[in-house]
Write a protein that binds this ligand. Structure first.
Ligand SMILES: N[C@@H](CCC(=O)N[C@@H](CSC=O)C(=O)NCC(=O)O)C(=O)O
Length: 277
């Protein structure tokens, strides 16, 4: 597997890089960002996966997420993938919430999306192999986090693989795509109309169907425009209560959905992960 380094730049004593490779899953070039903190030669470091939201590339969190100081202090590798395949030969949609930039961390089965939109397998299988091969990563110590659509990705992928992801957290996640317009549009478009097939892409349904994890951390702004219609953290509270999962849900007074909110609480989340890895 060939990895092309697009850029590296020093920050907080570590290295912020952007890389590109030809993905076997999406059949497109995929870019991703990795911050490697300062470390001694030969040491392997825990890995935090950050899954981004609708319209994002790897660059949004890299430019606005303010994770590097905490990652440098805590010794965490921070990986930020893209949110979908991209390119002129990749199908797209006019809406910002479907198609390119909106892969929803699913493996699509409907035409024409199925050929390229395989973000679940890309995040769960292909990219971890690349990280393990090219970076000083201890793959026995991985945590996963994300924002909004990426919070949904972190919750569902983390819940599906509790032995791989030892810690899961999210900022303003879509907790139940089955029960919100963004999720219903994505799942019907990528997966089809069979509601049974949607359940593996819904954190609350996964929990109701038996998925478990040690603990969950979620931060949610009270001034988030998407809170009532799309995010619905109360559904996750109910699912975790019924399942006996230890959920910490911090409702943050006055914060919106933006990277101003995410960057405010990023270091807290990273410390929470580091304590569990
Ligand atoms: N353009 C849309 C809203 C798009 C948006 O808010 N995207 C969020 C993630 S939303 C859920 O996944 C985001 O992270 N944007 C990138 C950024 O840098 O802020 C609209 O106008 O409603």
């Amino acid at each position: 597997m060939t990895l092309e380094t697009q850029s590296t730049i020093m920050a907080f004593g570590g290295s912020q890089g952007v890389y590109r490779h030809l993905s076997a899953e999406t059949k497109t070039d995929m870019s991703f960002a990795v911050f490697v903190p300062p470390h001694e030669e030969g040491v392997k470091l825990p890995v935090i996966w950050y899954l981004s939201g609708l319209t994002c590339t790897h660059a949004n969190v890299m430019e606005k997420g303010e994770y590097r100081r905490a990652c440098a202090e805590l010794g965490l590798i921070f990986v930020a993938p893209d949110t979908s395949p991209r390119g002129d030969n990749v199908p797209d949609d006019d809406g910002y919430d479907f198609g390119q930039g909106a892969g929803f961390y699913v493996d699509a089965i409907r035409h024409p999306w199925a050929a390229n939109f395989r973000m679940r397998s890309y995040i769960e299988q292909e990219l971890p192999q690349i990280i393990a091969a090219h970076f000083p990563a201890d793959m026995s110590r991985q945590g996963i986090m994300g924002h909004s659509m990426g919070g949904h990705g972190a919750l569902t992928i983390g819940l599906r693989h509790p032995d791989t992801y030892k810690s899961i957290s999210a900022f303003a996640p879509i907790v139940s795509p089955i029960n919100c317009p963004w999720g219903q549009k994505a799942l019907s478009g990528y997966i089809g109309d069979d509601p049974v097939l949607w359940r593996e892409y819904d954190a609350c349904a996964l929990i109701a169907d038996g998925a478990r994890t040690g603990a969950l951390l979620v931060d949610q702004g009270t001034a988030d425009n998407f809170l009532a219609d799309q995010l619905k953290p109360e559904l996750l509270t109910a699912a975790c209560r019924d399942a006996g999962i230890d959920l910490t849900l911090n409702m943050r007074d006055g914060y919106d959905h933006s990277y101003y909110f995410i960057s405010t609480f990023m270091a807290e989340h990273l410390r929470w992960h580091a304590a569990r890895l």
